[in-house]
Write a protein that binds this ligand. Structure first.
Ligand code: ABU
Length: 386
């Protein structure tokens, strides 16, 4: 694949403190989330829409209370071991501040308690030397940025660009509060039309609905990312970047990182259960799309906030080396067959909190620069309509 370099090559020593353009350049510094202080969110319109009927009891029983201690301890152990492995590989690991997420808060528009600082990927989007705090759409996540404030201030002081995107008020009018109770067929029809639980009154997006391929960023509309949120992002990033909307047949879209995961220039994992509608456009750009292998997770594993497809929610140490969950042998084999070195790490207890390696991290600094990876022609809006 021919790469068009748009920045001069910089040596590692000269890298800006925040510097990350894609998902695969050699990793130098990363924020890893933590589960300490995690609180089960109370049911609210957007959360309810993304929760399957069989999991509703969990939020009804524990909403507003700390996550059960045994779940926290097991996941914390795995996260700490992951950090140890990263550090042993020479990566600088940063952790969020400990926050009391059980505190309730009241704004002029709603009342809620918090959630956690487990998934920095959801709230922080790094594009080049800039960190953008995402507006988000769950009331329980309104103040989640506070866990990262001391890190943001440090990066700002050391030269990074730091932006907070405008947050929606999250009043009742912002949501289609009936969405969760609509029959499945009607919900499929609504997602087809691009209508989700969040309305278009104000911008919202989660950073995890965006995946970075250098100059080209791909974003999905979801229950937390609306059209006006994407407009804000496009306009904010300006002409140096191209933001393309991609679609997946997904009843409950929320976060793109278990649907489309680039591994190295020209190669990406896709989810066979929700194949990208615009597959041909990736192929035309010279990208090979490989179907992820299914998870080995037992059916009875507690999964309250995501699907087993987090087996493809990997983190790249560099374009040749990837962290994969230790018991996801089919996924490990697939990646090894594609020529990658796999680092297996136990992470099933982290899955229970709603994500895996990509979700629990925010890659602050990778050794690379802004490049193009074959998407020379912008995706045409009419092709995007699929
Ligand atoms: N944030 C990870 C999304 C996982 C899933 O699609 O099930």
């Amino acid at each position: 694949m021919q790469l068009k370099q748009t920045h001069s090559i910089v040596s590692e020593r000269q890298l800006p403190v925040v510097n990350s353009y894609n998902e695969w350049d050699p990793l130098k510094e990363v924020i890893v989330g933590c589960v300490e202080g995690a609180v089960v969110p109370k049911l609210e319109p957007a959360l309810q829409t993304n929760t399957s009927p069989q999991n509703m009891w969990f939020f009804q029983k524990y909403g507003g209370q700390p996550f059960p201690q045994e779940l926290v301890e097991a996941a914390s152990k795995e996260l700490n071991e992951f950090c140890r492995v990263l550090e042993a590989l020479g990566v600088i690991v940063r952790r969020p501040d400990l926050i009391d997420f059980s505190q309730t808060y009241k704004t002029p528009d709603f009342e809620a308690s918090g959630f956690y600082a487990t998934m920095p990927r959801d709230v922080l989007l790094v594009v080049g030397n800039e960190i953008i705090e995402a507006p988000m759409a769950w009331r329980s996540r309104f103040f989640e940025y506070r866990a990262y404030r001391s890190l943001m201030l440090e990066y700002l002081r050391r030269g990074a660009k730091w932006t907070t995107a405008p947050k929606p008020s999250m009043s009742d009018e912002f949501y289609d509060v009936e969405y969760a109770t609509k029959p499945i067929e009607q919900r499929y029809a609504l997602t087809e039309k691009g209508q989700f639980v969040t309305r278009e009154l104000e911008p919202s997006f989660d950073a995890a609905d965006i995946v970075r391929f250098g100059r080209d960023l791909f974003v999905q509309r979801s229950h937390v990312t609306n059209e006006i949120g994407i407009t804000w992002l496009k306009r904010h990033l300006g002409d140096q970047f191209r933001v393309h909307v991609v679609k997946f047949p997904d009843l409950n879209p929320m976060h793109i990182d278990a649907s489309l995961v680039p591994l190295r220039p020209g190669l990406a994992l896709v989810n066979p259960a929700r194949p990208c509608i615009q597959t041909e456009l990736f192929k035309k750009a010279g990208w090979e799309l490989v179907e992820a292998a299914p998870s080995t997770l037992p059916d009875n594993w507690p999964m309250y906030m995501c699907s087993g497809w987090v087996c493809m929610n990997i983190l790249s140490l560099d374009p040749e080396t990837i962290f994969v969950e230790k018991q996801e042998e089919p996924m490990q084999k697939l990646l090894k067959d594609l020529g990658f070195k796999v680092i297996p790490v136990d992470f099933r207890h982290v899955y229970t909190f709603g994500g895996s390696f990509h979700c629990v991290t925010c890659d602050v600094r990778r050794d690379g620069q802004l490049e193009e990876y074959g998407f020379a022609e912008p995706f045409e809006e009419d092709e995007l309509e699929g």
